[in-house]
Design a binder for this molecule. Structure first.
Ligand code: PGA
Length: 213
């Protein structure tokens, strides 16, 4: 049986106290299963609120620079005190913060330098994937937060194209994944897991989704 990577992306949601409540509720409902690795990506402020969890932690962003005079940035050395993974290339960063290939490459390189595992998002099979990425997420923009997920056969088609160019990476699907449709994606041969936004904000729902994966 293949192993699955199940990633929660909280985006810009949850205070520290909400994150703690989420964690307690998740632990109550979560049934650990072999072959299912869970990674939770809260905001920077809540990263330190999670300790002794049954899940791993990821950051939602990383500075493209080394430590130094870069006001507002959180660098790889700081991140690795809390997180094992980092999300890079999400379409919300590309669109709202105008992140393009050059800055994304610099972010990946900082993450790799500090030993963080990169979960890199692409919105189609043509986008550039920098060297050092271990996990690629196919996440079409039309499917994000809309309740309209990609057709599983299209996800396979894109995953095939990504795999051709990046044979050693894991490929995840993201976009409107719910407990109702999770299995349609995790049962695809080329899909090694999912990234979940909206449906991860409710701890019980996310625990259920993992159970059904
Ligand atoms: P969604 O978001 O599950 O709410 O569609 C996924 C994501 O943007 O990572």
């Amino acid at each position: 049986m293949k192993s699955l990577l199940l990633v929660a992306n909280f985006k810009s949601h949850k205070t520290v106290s909400e994150a703690k409540t989420w964690s307690q509720e998740f632990e109550k409902n979560f049934k650990p299963a072999p072959g299912k690795e869970v990674v939770v990506c809260p905001s920077f402020t809540a990263l330190a609120a999670f300790s002794d969890t049954s899940f791993k932690l990821g950051a939602q962003d990383i500075s493209p620079f080394d430590e130094g005079a870069f006001t507002g940035e959180i660098n790889g050395i700081q991140l690795k005190e809390f997180a094992e993974y980092v999300l890079i290339g999400h379409s919300e960063r590309r669109e709202n913060f105008k992140e393009e290939d050059e800055v994304l490459r610099a972010k990946v390189s900082q993450a790799v330098k500090e030993g963080l595992k990169v979960i890199f998002f692409v919105q189609n099979a043509l986008q550039i994937v920098p060297e050092g990425v271990e996990v690629i997420v196919y996440e079409p923009t039309f499917a994000i937060g809309t309740g309209v997920a990609e057709m599983p056969e299209n996800a396979t088609d894109i995953a095939e194209k990504i795999k051709d160019k990046n044979p050693n990476v894991k490929i995840l699907y993201g976009g409107s994944v719910t407990p109702q449709n999770i299995k349609e994606f995790t049962e695809l041969t080329l899909i090694d897991g999912v990234v979940v936004g909206g449906a991860s904000l409710d701890a019980k729902e996310f625990a259920k989704l993992i159970e059904l994966a």
